[in-house]
Design a protein. Structure first.
Length: 73
């Protein structure tokens, strides 16, 4: 039983490149194929959707309330 015929990775359609040009082309294509794909950065989360905004205690009206509204706890 014969092995199936393998397709060439590159095919020169026009022109006659020399060995150095083919080697350079092969190196570029191999480098692109082995390069890691760029990671997509997650979109920045809106501060309005931040769950930490719901952690603070409710605001109490009265003297000094404006000061207490800015402090955690």
């Amino acid at each position: 039983m014969t092995a199936p015929e393998e397709k060439p990775l590159l095919k020169v359609v026009k022109g006659t490149p020399d060995d150095y040009q083919l080697a350079a082309l092969t190196a570029v294509i191999a480098g692109l194929a082995s390069a890691a794909p760029a990671e997509d950065k997650p979109s920045p989360r809106s501060e309005w959707a931040n769950p930490a905004r719901r952690v603070r205690r409710p605001l109490q009206p009265g003297p000094g309330a404006w000061r207490a509204s800015g402090f955690p706890g």
